[in-house]
Design a binder for this molecule. Structure first.
Ligand code: NAP
Length: 399
């Protein structure tokens, strides 16, 4: 898909509202673009880096969509961010680009900070200068909670990050708040617990598991040997949802007056339309907008994810041992059925332990469910099943 320079953007603009989405080659950004194309008639610009080898897998289905254009964009370049917002003057700017892998944030702490925190200042400054009525969403994370003080975690939980990634998101939250309060910007940072799907990057544990399950299934049915998948701390608990449910929640956060009864009687006496906020209207609104938690309100161990993933591939296994010698292995009847030389499906490798673990994340999204009538549609088990089926089908397999 062609990536245009910002100077080309004008030729795609019309009288429709515009949304600029960053991180469109990633999971959330690509789902957000699909959601906006389906649910609005706006013109969508997607920010993407021009890499030597294209990674457009998640957006290749949008190749011929005239309402969506890719613009060369890098969070580390203040000048180009400013130029982008000055030229397009978007009605919404949704920042889903980041250094997203918690594990890598110890190896690349400076790059994580530059991208996830300094990059956000560049965007906020450009919005303040060139389009103060633009509505800005920045992607926050449950990793900001870190060493949790109580469970489940809601909007009032203090920030106690345990990784450079969590710290970078926590600092960005403070910046978004300062700009919102200092300049009356509709600028918010959602608090999103883990969300997954068929477009999840392969380094993330859920996708690492579902890809491995498909690979092992392929080996088993062909009576071939296979390597076990190696994981870190499988007792870690996370609150997992479907990324497609979350982009709807993000859009609701950016249009709160459409859902919240208490915002329908702002000083203008009318319901404000997205992107139409005059300065005085915006002052009345931004004092009342909220940042919300999105979560499933359930927590599950990585072990549970493993069990369901193999179950939905029709492979029967069980856990044995403890700590670093814990294993998930084929049950005896499956060893016989597949004539398996090795029965070990999953083993623990301390190499994947983190310098500081976040043992338990469990969200409480009751506020957004009440205020914005949002709720997740896909259950934990449906999510695992969907990811496994997708990875099986990529290898031409079914259950
Ligand atoms: P993802 O799949 O890893 O996508 C990240 C995107 O950011 C990619 O498109 C990547 O582009 C882009 N990017 C990275 N560095 C960039 C830079 N310097 N300039 C421009 N683009 C850059 O992540 P995701 O799961 O969609 O997450 C979206 C946002 O939600 C992130 O901010 C993440 O931290 C946050 N979040 C995610 C979760 C979750 O469970 N998924 C939970 C909480 C918060 P390339 O393709 O060029 O690398």
């Amino acid at each position: 898909m062609e990536i245009y320079n910002i100077s080309d953007a004008k030729k795609f603009m019309n009288n429709k509202k515009t949304v600029f989405v960053t991180g469109v080659t990633g999971q959330d950004g690509s789902h957000m673009v699909d959601y906006l194309l389906k649910n609005t008639d706006y013109t969508i610009f997607g920010g993407a880096r021009r890499l030597s080898i294209k990674n457009h897998e998640n957006i290749k289905h949008l190749e011929t969509n005239s309402r969506f254009q890719l613009i060369n964009f890098d969070l580390s370049d203040a000048h180009s961010i400013s130029k982008t917002i000055e030229q397009i003057k978007p009605d919404y700017f949704i920042n889903l680009a980041a250094q997203t892998f918690v594990g890598s944030s110890w190896d690349f702490p400076t790059q994580t900070w530059e991208c996830n925190t300094t990059g956000v200042i560049h965007i906020l400054e450009a919005i303040r200068q060139h389009k103060p009525s633009c509505r800005f969403y920045n992607a926050g994370s449950s990793e900001e909670y870190g060493n949790v003080a109580y469970t489940p975690q809601d909007e009032n939980h203090p920030a106690k990050p345990r990784s450079p990634y969590g710290a970078s998101k926590s600092a960005a939250r403070q910046l978004v708040k300062v700009y919102r309060e200092s300049y009356n910007l509709y600028a918010i940072q959602g608090l999103l617990f883990n969300h997954e799907g068929t477009r999840r990057g392969e380094e993330f544990v859920t996708r690492k598991i579902t890809k491995a399950v498909a690979r092992i299934k392929q080996a088993l049915i062909n009576f071939k040997t296979f390597d076990a998948v190696e994981l870190g701390n499988v007792n870690t608990k996370r609150d997992w949802s479907d990324a497609e449910d979350f982009v709807d929640g993000i859009w609701r956060m950016l249009n709160q007056e459409e859902y919240r009864a208490d915002l329908k009687n702002l000083p203008t006496g009318r319901l404000l339309l997205p992107g139409e906020i005059a300065k005085t209207d915006q002052q009345g609104l931004v004092g009342k907008i909220r940042e919300y938690v999105l979560s499933s309100n359930e927590t599950h161990t990585i072990k549970e994810f493993v069990e369901l993933a193999f179950k939905h591939a029709g492979i029967n296994g069980g856990w044995h041992g403890q700590g670093t010698v814990e294993e998930f292995s084929l049950v005896a009847k499956d060893v016989e059925k597949y004539e398996a030389v090795s029965s070990v499906l999953v083993k623990i490798n301390p190499k994947f332990y983190r310098p500081a673990e976040v043992d338990l994340l469990w969200g409480n999204s009751n506020l957004v469910r009440k205020d914005l009538q949002w709720s997740p549609k896909t259950s934990f088990e449906q999510l695992v099943e969907k990811m496994v089926k997708n990875d099986l089908s990529l290898l031409g397999l079914t259950v």
